[in-house]
Design a protein around this ligand. Structure first.
Ligand SMILES: Nc1ncnc2c1ncn2[C@@H]1O[C@H](COP(=O)(O)OP(=O)(O)OP(=O)(O)O)[C@@H](O)[C@H]1O
Ligand SMILES: [Mg+2]
Length: 265
């Protein structure tokens, strides 16, 4: 049986001025359509590198990645990416940034009015309709992050690749966007890979949590199945022993089995 996303023995070696650097080695991961996987691991282990391989922004030096049985050879509109550094176009407004993506995906088939509605609806979803006309330099880090999320969601991608999408947000905004994301994923059956440092976020949202070992040559250390029933409610989970057990398994991996990488001498 074929999985929707197949990562087969993927390695990533970068050429640096100090020679070759092996970031990832022997990554094997199979995902079914509609699955939500979180990637967790210490800073610098290779989470963004792995996400970039799936996004098609980098090619693995070894191994192969397949989406719906086709080799991933570059970026595509069926994969929406929310970058760690939000990467908005500075000369476009918030609306312009979202609209550009919408136009690329739906421009050939839909009316101008419909494209405008899509862009505004996405900004409303992340609570930024009021800032639609502002440019990236005029908004906060958390707002930029939300524009990046709106841009990816507006494309209605089959695969959502999220690199710490809620990292720069306050706890309340983060919680409400996590709930929105759960609703969207349920409604659209999107397949999601999300990088996060937040153990609670990983358990709340994921079907599986993929834990990476420290680099260099980072690989998958453990995979945790999150078998909590959906829909999930953060308040109910707070009192659920099963939830706390999962949470402590991730913490044990990060802080006992892996440890924080030592500071470079
Ligand atoms: N283009 C590149 N050239 C050389 N080395 C790179 C390149 N991109 C990433 N690396 C190295 O690969 C390793 C993994 O980087 P990556 O950005 O994937 O980590 P990360 O897990 O996303 O970290 P963080 O949690 O801090 O975002 C790091 O040691 C980094 O220095
Ligand atoms: Mg990263």
């Amino acid at each position: 049986m074929h999985h929707y996303l197949q990562i087969e023995n993927a390695s990533m070696v970068f050429d640096t001025k100090n020679g070759k650097f092996t970031a990832l080695a022997g990554i094997d991961l199979h995902m079914r359509q509609g699955e939500f996987v979180s990637l967790i691991g210490h800073s610098g282990c290779g989470k963004s590198t792995l996400l970039n391989l799936v996004a098609g922004l980098n090619e693995p030096t070894e191994g192969v990645l397949l989406l719906a049985e086709k080799e991933i050879k570059g970026p595509g509109p069926e994969r929406g990416v929310v970058f760690q550094n939000h990467s908005l176009l500075p000369w476009l407004s918030c609306y312009g940034n979202v609209h550009l993506a919408v136009e690329r995906v739906f421009g050939a088939s839909e009316s101008k009015r419909r494209l405008r509605e899509r862009a505004m609806a996405a900004l409303e979803l992340v609570g930024l309709a009021h800032a639609a006309h502002k440019h990236p330099h005029e908004i906060s880090g958390g707002m930029k992050q939300r524009v990046g999320i709106a841009r990816a969601l507006a494309m209605e991608p089959k695969v959502l690749l999220l690199d710490e999408p809620f990292g720069a947000l306050d706890a309340l905004t983060r919680a409400s966007l996590q709930d929105e994301l759960m609703r969207i994923v349920r409604d659209t059956a999107a397949t999601v890979i999300m990088v996060t440092h937040d153990v609670d976020e990983a358990v709340l949202l994921s079907d599986r949590i993929v834990m990476l070992t420290n680099g260099p040559a980072a690989t998958i250390g453990e995979i945790l199945e999150v078998d909590l029933p959906r829909p999930r409610d953060r308040l109910q989970l707070a009192e659920d022993p099963g939830y706390h057990h999962l949470r402590s398994q991730v913490l044990a991996f990060l802080y006992q089995k892996q440890r924080r990488p030592a500071k470079a001498a």
